[in-house]
Design a protein around this ligand. Structure first.
Ligand SMILES: [Fe+2]
Ligand SMILES: [Fe+2]
Length: 196
């Protein structure tokens, strides 16, 4: 038990079993794509990183008050390896779990979870409503405007960047690159030809 690597198909079917919200499914797909991009860039385990990204908010729609804890229960019951479960829990560090991000995978997940939200919000106010022609500087501008997408916890992102020793600009670029790979699926293909 627990030694089998969960497949992408298995993760996706669990996601669909527990989630009906279009926004949450798109969030899961965006985080998955960014995790895959970041793993590939580092020559690390793209499959595992993607699966963890896809499943990280599994319980949020049905069990918001038990966020992370319920996912731990579900994944453990499914026989998922402890390494995957811990990685999922660590995204809620300081909020709903005490699992501090340790591995590179965990630190990236912790940081990009919120950042995908800021990138999405920024894309949606652009004339093209697209991530395909979006540059990091547009997101940086919105980062400074604290009233824009106020629900995006910038402190969490800053803490994540410190753990990683990365600059905000580089992380934003990676998030945009990852999200471009699934632009259509996450509703951010928009119309790059549209001009302001
Ligand atoms: Fe979460
Ligand atoms: Fe999330």
């Amino acid at each position: 038990m627990g030694a089998v690597r969960p497949s992408r198909e298995e993760a996706f079917s669990l996601l669909m079993q527990y989630n009906k919200s279009d926004a949450l499914i798109k969030h899961a797909l965006a985080v998955e794509a960014v995790m895959r991009y970041c793993a590939r860039k580092r020559g690390l385990d793209e499959q595992m990183w993607g699966v963890v990204g896809l499943i990280h908010d599994l319980d949020y729609e049905q069990f918001p008050a038990q966020h992370c804890r319920k996912t731990e229960e579900i994944l453990t019951a499914q026989g998922w390896p402890a390494e995957y479960v811990r990685a999922v829990l660590s995204h809620g560090w300081g909020i709903c779990t005490d699992a501090e991000p340790q591995s590179e995978l965990e630190k990236i997940l912790y940081t990009v979870d919120e950042l995908t939200g800021l990138v999405t919000a920024t894309a949606l106010v652009r004339p093209s409503r697209s991530v395909l022609d979006m540059e990091a500087k547009s997101v940086k501008k919105k980062w400074k405007d604290k009233s824009f997408a106020a629900g995006v916890n910038r402190d969490v992102i800053t803490r994540g960047l410190e753990m990683l020793g990365m600059e905000l600009g580089e992380m934003i670029e990676d998030v945009i690159m990852g999200m471009r790979e699934v632009a259509e699926e996450i509703g951010l293909k928009g119309n790059p030809e549209a001009s302001g």
